[in-house]
Ligand binder design. Structure first.
Ligand SMILES: Cc1ncc(COP(=O)(O)O)c(C=O)c1O
Length: 474
């Protein structure tokens, strides 16, 4: 009998896979003593594809040594840039299992128990958000997809012949993925109003309402406000109750981008998000502050019928496997057909750790940012530009004798130096037109000592870059 032609018969596969997992888990134990970022010296050697292939052992070794060992280790406890990747070991295992079984989680019929787990977990998250019984949601690849999915649903409430008048409202601090999502659904930049923020970087409700009334007078059709639960730059939270009142008054959809901050709903500080329960939809990223490997976001919608309305498709070849409960089939409530069960790793994490341990992991992030603020306030040459909010703090070295441009350059160079030292990943952002240093402290394994040493090092670099004359070497 002819044997099956399958790569699974590669005689080296089992041994190499086992060795990889063993070595990887050993390496993780010393991750904290490895550099946070390693610049890549040269282009990878094998970018072309050969006709005959190569031994698995060589390819795996190359991946480990030449590909994965360069760039930023965003899961490192001292990677404090962006919103870091904080993947827990449980999430990692859930990811491996989901990939290993490779089940098609587009419908209940294909993967009944997996879809049920995801659906029940979504219900649990909706309860945490304070959403009503009508709510539903879906696991998607991340915050950008969650925003796009929610904005599509919001846009679909407009009659199609009015889409060209649809106008959306964001703040100066709204994440760029929202503008991208609006672009994809056909809202051009001249119909996106960017509402100024106040001194706490929160959207101004008065200016929001003014912009809506002005647009109505111009014959435009305001349809959605996008508020933030934890902006990326500063962790600021928009005034949800006021935003919701405006949305109700003018019949607008209220979307909250909680990609970063919605996880606070699982913590003792959930009161900070008061009013979020009034939103029509919510984005929430588990690969941010719920300690998941990448590719795990959620979109929650107040009325799941709106999801079905936007995404239900009836291809004839799927009719015989469509279940009665339309909204239980992920392919009916989001843009994807074939999809992995992204929620399984979060389920595994929560089942294993329990929600209390997750809550203390989130609390730890708050405490570290507050601790960083306390330390930074001791130094007169440091200006706190935005105090600790959620797990983010922004500051800058501000030697009075320098011009604004020189201060920008100084802070940028301090960031570059600490990154190239390998000790910590501290990046810059811009607030009120100034370049500032930003720490995002959501990693549950980051210690106070890590924060203290990082700040000392930043100060040291500042001193080195700032000779007595005050001018900064180019
Ligand atoms: C507030 C906010 N929204 C959306 C996103 C985009 O999320 P993702 O990178 O998962 O697509 C981010 C990413 O940092 C974010 O901080």
């Amino acid at each position: 009998m002819k044997s099956r032609n399958t790569a699974w018969t590669d005689p080296s596969f089992e041994q190499i896979t086992e060795t990889f997992i063993h070595e990887y888990l050993e390496e993780r134990k010393t991750l904290v003593s490895q550099p946070v970022c390693r610049p890549a010296g040269r282009k990878p050697e094998h970018t072309g594809i050969s006709e005959k292939g190569r031994p698995l052992e060589d390819v795996v070794r190359e991946l480990k040594e030449e590909i994965f060992s360069f760039g930023c280790e965003t899961c490192h406890p001292r990677f404090l840039g962006f919103v870091p990747g904080t993947a827990s070991c449980y999430s990692w295992l859930g990811d491996i299992m989901t990939s290993a079984y490779n089940r098609h989680a587009g419908s209940l019929a294909n993967f009944p128990q997996g879809c049920q787990i995801e659906s029940d977990l979504i219900r649990w998250l909706c309860d945490k958000a304070g959403f009503p019984d009508t709510a539903g949601g879906l696991f998607v690849s991340g915050g950008s997809m969650a925003n796009l999915t929610a904005l599509t649903i919001a846009r679909d409430r407009l009659p199609e012949h009015d889409w060209h008048r649809g106008t959306a409202y964001v703040s100066e601090q709204t994440h760029s993925s929202v503008a991208k999502g609006l672009h994809i659904i056909g809202i051009p930049s001249d119909r996106i109003r960017c509402i100024p923020t106040d001194k706490h970087f929160q959207m101004s409700s008065a200016l929001l309402e003014q912009a809506i009334t002005e647009d109505l007078e111009q014959g435009l059709l305001p349809f959605a406000v996008i508020a933030s639960a934890g902006t990326t730059n500063t962790g600021s939270i928009d005034p949800f109750s006021e935003t919701a009142a405006i949305c109700r008054r003018y019949h607008l959809w209220m979307h909250v981008d909680g990609s970063f901050g919605a996880s606070v709903l699982l913590s003792g500080r959930k009161g900070l998000l008061k009013g979020i329960e009034l939103a029509d939809s919510l984005s929430w990223d588990a690969h941010k502050w719920l300690f998941q490997t990448y590719g795990c976001g959620m979109v929650l919608v107040r009325d799941r019928a709106d999801m079905v309305n936007s995404f239900h498709a009836h291809p004839e070849y799927l009719k015989d496997i469509d279940a009665d409960e339309e909204y239980m089939n992920p392919w009916n409530i989001g843009p994807e057909l074939t999809r992995p069960a992204r929620g399984i790793k979060l389920w595994l994490t929560l089942q294993t750790m329990g929600s209390d341990a997750v809550a203390s992991g989130i609390e730890h992030g708050f405490e570290l940012a507050e601790y960083a603020e306390q330390l930074l306030r001791r130094y007169p040459e440091i200006e706190i530009v935005s105090p600790a909010q959620l797990a983010v703090i922004n500051f800058r070295f501000n030697p009075g004798r320098l011009t604004e441009e020189e201060k920008d350059s100084l802070n940028l160079r301090i960031s570059r130096q600490i990154i190239s030292s390998g000790y910590a990943g501290v990046f810059t952002t811009e607030l009120n037109g100034k370049k500032v240093l930003r720490l995002c402290t959501i990693h549950p394994e980051t210690t106070k000592e890590d924060i203290r040493n990082t700040i000392f090092l930043l100060k040291e670099y500042c001193q080195k870059l700032l000779p007595a004359s005050g001018s900064i070497p180019a």
